[in-house]
Design a protein. Structure first.
Length: 194
């Protein structure tokens, strides 16, 4: 059996120390940037740009430090998922197969109960006690089966707009490649480059 490596490092404490260090370094920048209420000259613009660049560099450093903690953990999670995947896939497939067979059984039982009720109402079964006993047998067999409500898509083309989420990256790629996408356009917009 494969064993996953475990590091005996308290990464939570190490990450907290790194974060506090970055936060204390960023505090003066936050204070100066919050003090800017308007930009009225090129000098104001240049100061705001420099402060924002410095803050953005701290954010880049923070992301780098964060990844130094998360990438090894993500790798460990990926390896664990790969290790367990064959088992969970087998469990899911087996469960799905057995549930299908169980639902088929329930369907047959429902059809037999319906036939029993028809036989009783048509007079094929004359005694109420016979009908009641057989109907009770069907009720006893139903354990583990229940009805649940579930949203089922009958016609995707009729789905209301508010439930459709646009795939912006795919739309962007299509527009970049010169394709037309109804309701979307490819435009240049102003953005501050820092």
């Amino acid at each position: 059996m494969k064993r996953l490596p475990v590091k005996p490092v308290n990464q939570k404490v190490d990450a907290a120390i790194v974060l506090r260090s970055l936060e204390s370094e960023a505090q003066p920048l936050f204070k100066k940037l919050k003090a800017i209420t308007s930009i009225e000259s090129q000098d104001d613009y240049d100061k705001a740009l420099t402060l924002t660049k410095n803050l953005k560099e701290l954010a880049r450093l923070a992301k780098e430090k964060e990844q130094s903690f998360t990438i090894p953990l993500n790798d460990l999670i990926k390896k664990a998922r790969e290790l367990f995947k064959p088992f969970t896939t087998m469990v899911e497939a087996t469960e799905a197969n057995v549930k299908t067979l169980m639902l088929e059984y329930v369907k047959v039982q429902q059809e037999e109960l319906k036939q029993l009720e028809e036989d009783f109402s048509s007079g094929k079964i004359k005694r109420v006690s016979t009908f009641a006993n057989k109907a009770a047998e069907f009720s006893a067999k139903k354990s583990g089966n229940r009805k649940v409500w579930k949203a089922i898509c009958d016609d995707p083309s009729k789905t209301p707009k508010q439930y459709l989420i646009p795939d912006v990256p795919a739309i962007t790629e299509a527009l970049k490649n010169g394709q037309k996408v109804n309701g979307w356009s490819w435009q240049q917009v102003d953005q501050i480059a820092i």
